[in-house]
Design a binder for this molecule. Sequence first.
Ligand code: G3P
Length: 217
Amino acid sequence: MALLFLDSADLDEIREAASWGVVDGVTTNPTLMMRAGTADLKANTLEIVRIVQGPVSAEVVSTDAEGMIEEAREILSWSEHVFVKIPCTVEGLKAMREISSWPNGRINATLIFSPAQAYLAAKAGATYASVFVGRMDDAGLEGMAVVRQTRDIFDNYGFSCSLLAASIRHTGHVVDALLAGADIITVPFKVLRTMIRSPFTDVGLERFLADWKKVAG
Ligand code: G3P
């Protein structure tokens, strides 16, 4: 089963999406926190955990391994549902290697733009590898190719790291990520809303109800 996460730090949006019953977890990042208008990472993350009762990713802001490890120790202590997001850099790899040796070392390796980076993150012990599909498409690259190649690499060698398709821009990305075998897809709320919508469903429902009225009064 592919898991569906919401890519948001906005509590209203998360509450609404969670009420639909199809959201398994949430990913946040410093930009999403800024858009949600809060700098209280702990309070916001814990409220999200309370709402979704599933995996919630919170990102470090240090750029050196030591600082990332220190932040990760704090972030991971908040709840068993919390994952720490670590950027896929050299310092990030060092931090991932250390954090993955902890009993609670749940890591979401973020800002991945190539299969080679995903491979290194998996080797360093990341639990999730987040491939940023939309940002590659924005730059004229084919983001989904990185998802497909990473899937093959993880399968070839039996990596247990979950492949997470992130930076999703539209429903087509969701379908392609599912076809490419992503384990998790994280979508902004506006994409989730588009996924359920079809004018054919609306027209079809309208007709069913009108016909039922004719026969049942
Ligand atoms: O949360 C990580 C990723 O999904 C961000 O996406 O829209 O900023 O490219 P975006």
